[in-house]
Ligand binder design. Structure first.
Ligand SMILES: O=C(CO)[C@H](O)[C@H](O)COP(=O)(O)O
Length: 213
């Protein structure tokens, strides 16, 4: 089970400082959509250069021109690139093929998908590396989460790794861990804390415990 740190509301220097604090506890660092919209793929390039030992995910949330977009993110240094589950199947296929060619991975983001079960099964067949259930900020504000959705996709996904994102924090981690996703994505649950290093370490320790039990 891997831990991904999501960095959304920072600029590049802030991202680098933050990663330095928690790098011992994380496996993947995500340059979030707001950072990439603000700073461009330069954010991916600079973070990968500063932390070559970490996997870097570019949360570009591709919807079209998928192979081209994957190629650009990969050229900037991304190891994993995101595409939206609601994209056309031909876009998902294009993203998966391009990523394979370049030795990269695709994470498909299920944000706003209504029929989670059907789409997850389709994405699994289309060759997604990760399928991620995700409650975005706007639904988090309404008190929603993706815990039930994670259990749903675990029931149908056979090849892809499963992931969960959206408002996860130390207090809610036990419920997430129970469903045994391959990847847990935490943003504000770490970045909003005064002691980010200690919070990330506690989260990683809890995840490791569940693997050895
Ligand atoms: O992709 C995102 C928003 O669209 C975030 O990166 C994701 O939701 C994780 O951040 P947080 O834990 O703060 O919700």
């Amino acid at each position: 089970m891997k831990l991904q740190l999501a960095l959304d509301l920072v600029d590049i220097p802030q991202a680098i400082e933050l990663i330095k604090e928690v790098e011992g506890s994380i496996d993947i660092v995500e340059l979030g959509t707001p950072v990439i919209n603000q700073e461009g793929l330069k954010a991916v390039r600079e973070v990968k250069a500063a932390f070559p030992h970490l996997e870097v995910l570019a949360d570009v949330k591709i919807m079209d021109a998928a192979a081209y977009e994957v190629g650009n993110a990969a050229a900037a240094g991304a190891d994993i690139v995101t595409i939206l589950a609601q994209a056309e199947d031909s876009s998902i296929k294009g993203a998966v093929e391009e990523a394979k060619k370049l030795g990269k991975k695709i994470l498909v983001d299920m944000i706003a998908v209504k029929d989670i079960e059907t789409r997850a099964a389709e994405l699994d067949v289309l060759g997604a590396d990760y399928i991620c259930v995700h409650t975005g900020y706007d639904l988090q504000a309404e008190g929603k989460d993706s815990f039930a959705d994670l259990r749903t996709i675990k029931g149908v996904v056979k090849n892809a790794k499963t992931a969960i994102a959206g408002g996860i924090k130390l207090e809610t981690l036990p419920e997430v861990i129970k469903a045994q996703p391959d990847l847990i994505i935490v943003g504000g649950g770490i970045t909003s804390k005064d002691d980010k290093q200690s919070e990330a370490a506690k989260i990683k320790a809890l995840m490791n415990e569940s693997v050895t039990v």
